[in-house]
Design a protein around this ligand. Structure first.
Ligand code: DAT
Ligand code: MG
Length: 149
């Protein structure tokens, strides 16, 4: 089954959106297999955003992402990487479609509420940065027989 790394960023936590965001993915039928609430340590910020470290917005991004606690999760389900990216919406909330998380709850690119991995390869990399194998819980959701044919 496909997996992805999702993280409610400090603005999402501060604005009380963690529960609502989890509910969206739960109701879709995806399964949370790991979750933790923490301040991101600096070394993991550099690893996580390796592709952006040299970009002009990185100092602001680093300050924002370490400004408060985040809620980090691993989720599992059919084609979850593409589907969760669609549910999250465009990087710039001003361009994100209504109905998406960023489209409904955010205004600015520098505070866009949630992170989601952008490919299966990225998901594997990001899960390994933030979670140990022991933290990923293998279990069956009781409604799986009505979600998968
Ligand atoms: P996404 O989070 O949609 O995968 P990304 O990987 O291109 O987007 O960028 C990571 C984060 O960096 C993004 O959520 C917000 C910030 N960011 C990206 N481009 C930016 C820009 N031009 N100005 C300010 N922040 C930016
Ligand atoms: Mg990205």
């Amino acid at each position: 089954m496909d997996r992805t790394f999702l993280m409610v960023k400090p603005d999402g936590v501060q604005r009380g959106l963690v529960g609502e965001i989890i509910a969206k993915f739960e109701k879709k039928g995806f399964k949370m297999i790991a979750g933790k609430f923490e301040m991101l340590p600096e070394d993991r910020v550099f690893e996580h955003y390796a592709e952006h470290v040299e970009k002009p917005f990185f100092p602001g991004l680093k300050a924002y992402i370490t400004s408060g606690p985040c809620f980090l999760m691993v989720w599992e389900g059919k084609e979850i990487v593409a589907v969760s990216r669609a549910m999250i919406g465009a990087t710039n909330p001003a361009e994100a479609a209504p109905g998406t998380i960023r489209g409904d709850y955010a205004l600015e690119i520098g505070m866009n509420i949630i992170h989601g991995s952008d490919s299966n390869e990225t998901a594997g990399r990001e899960i390994a940065i933030h979670f140990s194998k022991e933290e990923l819980i293998d279990y069956t959701r009781i409604d799986e027989q009505f979600l998968y044919e």
